[in-house]
Design a protein around this ligand. Structure first.
Ligand SMILES: NC(=O)c1ccc[n+]([C@@H]2O[C@H](COP(=O)([O-])OP(=O)(O)OC[C@H]3O[C@@H](n4cnc5c(N)ncnc54)[C@H](O)[C@@H]3O)[C@@H](O)[C@H]2O)c1
Length: 390
């Protein structure tokens, strides 16, 4: 780690910098807010996903894009030029010690998240991270404690709970229209990214890249996991990727996870990098349900992926034929998380996603791997406030 805090990148330097000019005690206790101001944003990681985030951030009225960073400097320079970002840097130290900003958006390799998110918090920045939040449960817990101690916020993708389709499903569970919910199933897979090796290296894998969406949806709908068991495997032992050529696959590319939510409710998530899908990776035109939730008085099916939902088919004892609901996405897109957090920071409101849930989902992923290694059911230690507000 080259970044040591202090100087321009320190919390004190940041507060002096002027970006936090209109400090007020906000609606979120202990957190600085900038009412009616634009949130200065720095983005680290200018690869594939940044091409979805940067246009969304650029169009967000609560955001002022200040800097971009990538260890491949040509990527940072190209992103800065394309999106009119005034500063670009080749290293996290220069990025955090350079032009002041309020919110760090971390879009780097999964293996870098824990380390870089910590640097961001140590430098006094709020942090939005692509998934996973961190790479171990201890690191994730440490990030939450550090953020709390410094009066900062940290949040992580995915934002599936912000979609109108998720809200509709949550309402069916809450209102009891499904009766006693017994079981749920969720699936997400494609043939795997072909641009970067990190997806297949240790710390990567289909669980933190893909399963994370379904795990977030199902725990938000049915409650935190009490225990999990799982089987994982590697279906394709070698891959060819753009950045490193032919590589050995180290992390699971195929996973089946069983979750006990308590109260008798069980669910199942399957994910993998070996799924042929006639609809393609982007989910365009995907009409097949990917999530099913079933109770004693009703059943519902999410049409499309939870990160790109198209509607919810519902049948109940009162109305036993399937009817499609919630077909309007109302502006929800999966890449909106950092913009959403910036809007909430500017308004002094609490974002609709919680770091506690991101940490819990990380623990499920770690526990699933441990279940595969040992053949044993794993009890979980973390939880999150549930039912999710909103
Ligand atoms: N690509 C997608 O469609 C997509 C969708 C949703 C989420 N994600 C998530 O986004 C993250 C990034 O995925 P991606 O597909 O954009 O990968 P990518 O390889 O295309 O981009 C990652 C970028 O981060 C940079 N980087 C890595 N370590 C760095 C460091 N220490 N300092 C500065 N730059 C660094 C790399 O040079 C690279 O340009 C992952 O967590 C992934 O799970 C990707």
């Amino acid at each position: 780690m080259r970044f040591r805090g202090g100087g321009r990148g320190s919390r004190r330097g940041f507060l002096r910098s002027g970006s936090a000019a209109a400090l007020l005690a906000g609606a979120v206790p202990g957190r600085t807010v900038w009412p009616n101001a634009r949130i200065k944003v720095g983005v680290i990681g200018c690869g594939s996903v940044s091409r979805r985030y940067l246009p969304h951030l650029k169009a967000c009225g609560a955001v002022e894009l200040v800097s971009v960073c990538d260890k491949r400097p040509e990527r940072a320079r190209a992103a800065a030029e394309k999106f009119g970002v005034p500063h670009h840097y080749p290293h996290v130290d220069d990025f955090l010690g350079g032009a002041a900003f309020d919110l760090m958006v971390n879009l780097t390799d999964m293996q870098e998240h824990g380390r870089l998110n910590r640097f961001g918090l140590e430098a006094g920045r709020h942090v939005w991270s692509e998934k996973p939040l961190a790479n171990t449960v201890d690191d994730g817990r440490g990030l939450l404690e550090l953020a709390r101690a410094r009066g900062l916020g940290i949040w992580a993708a995915p934002v599936v709970v912000l979609s109108p389709q998720f809200r509709f499903m949550r309402e069916q569970v809450r209102s009891g229209r499904l009766g006693r919910v017994a079981a749920a199933h969720a699936a997400y897979g494609h043939l795997g990214p072909d641009w970067s090796a990190f997806f297949y290296e240790e710390g990567g894998g289909s669980l933190p890249d893909l399963g994370v969406y379904n795990l977030t949806t199902l725990t938000a709908l049915l409650g935190p996991a009490r225990a999990v068991t799982a089987m994982t495997s590697i279906v394709t032992p070698r891959r060819v990727v753009e950045d490193k050529g032919s590589i050995a696959v180290e992390a699971e590319d195929n996973a089946m996870v069983l979750i006990d939510h308590g109260g008798g409710t069980l669910s199942h998530v399957q994910c993998g990098f070996n799924y042929f899908d006639p609809g393609g990776h982007d989910g365009a035109g995907r009409e097949l349900p990917t999530i099913a939730v079933t109770g004693t008085k009703g059943t519902m099916h999410l049409v499309g992926y939870d990160w790109a939902p198209k509607g919810v088919d519902l049948a109940t004892a009162d109305h036993p034929s399937l009817v499609r609901h919630a077909t309007d996405t109302q502006g929800y897109v999966w890449e909106m998380g950092a913009s959403h957090v910036a809007e909430c920071l500017a308004a002094g409101t609490e974002p609709g996603v919680s770091a506690e849930q991101a940490l819990h989902v990380l623990e499920i992923i770690v526990a699933a791997r441990e279940a595969q290694r040992t053949g044993q059911r794993q009890e979980l230690a973390t939880s999150f406030p549930w039912p999710v507000a909103g």
